[in-house]
Write a protein that binds this ligand. Sequence first.
Ligand code: NAD
Length: 324
Amino acid sequence: MAGQRPAVRQRTGRHRPDQRRTHQHRGVHQMSTVAVIGLGIMGLPMATNLCKAGHDVIGFNRSQGRIDRLVANGGRGATSVADAVRDADVIITMLPDSPDVESVAGGEDGLIANAKSGAIWVDASTIRPDVAIRLAQAASARGIRPVDAPVSGGEQGAIEAALSIMVGGEAADVEAARPVLEAVGSTIVHVGPSGSGQTVKAANQLIVAGTIQLVAEALVFLEAHEVDTESAIRVLAGGLAGNRILDRKAAAMAARTFEPGFRVDLHHKDLGIVTAAAREAGVAIPLGAMTAQLMGALRAQGHGSLDHSALLLLVEQLSGRSRD
Ligand code: NAD
């Protein structure tokens, strides 16, 4: 694109090696001014890791408390979306849902109207692929370089900078975003053009929800047969049934601890994305659709704030084995 500045600039003078760890990429120290909008469960630790990697991070969130926490962690606070993005080389949005990203992106005070030409916009939120494509077109028309980069790995992955990131966009834009993505993730894969990162994330959420449901059914089944679930989980994890849900969530599920993690509300949103996108493509996802119904039922029962592994509560209920 004509008149574009490189999104990632080399900075030497302001860099203080005693206080900041530089990010080494292709033999040069590359640091950017990075705006992060949405400092929630995921956005705050991601912004904090960007500070630790030596980037100049400016954050904005709807509630001031989260901005204050970023400032305490080494970032700067912005007073609005426009204030956050104005001087940013890279802008990351980490917001709950499609309408949130649309509202931050659009309008006179929004991201697209106020970001500088040539800035990279990484939307790390999980949103509808069709919305991601539409927003990418609107951003490109203003000289902003859009990358959809939804993440997997949960709060722990965000804290440990170990997220898996599925990236959609133009190859050159993805490469320009890579040093920033590498500060928050460990597996970064360019999967195709704009919107395809969101499509891959939808597939991710389909697999995760279905796996949680099957692990929940297995646990209630094992308990009904009075098998020691801890031993069962250990041996199952070593065989073909082994999976990350067993590794990371089964023990807490067996103990009926459902602290989020990833909220039922958000997984309900994601399964809406999956079922709509599957329908649009003419693909049948019977197990996914069933799991989407169960996630919706769990939410309707008032459990939207629990971890998605609370699907186990429904299995218990359907089996007449609820504990309360
Ligand atoms: P969250 O609700 O904790 O954080 C969202 C933040 O955005 C909140 O702090 C909120 O105040 C802020 N916000 C909302 N609208 C805003 C606006 N208009 N302007 C400024 N700030 C605004 O959500 P989260 O768990 O961090 O998830 C964010 C996204 O990442 C979601 O799309 C989610 O599906 C996805 N995700 C979450 C996880 C997880 O484990 N939590 C894992 C992978 C992906």
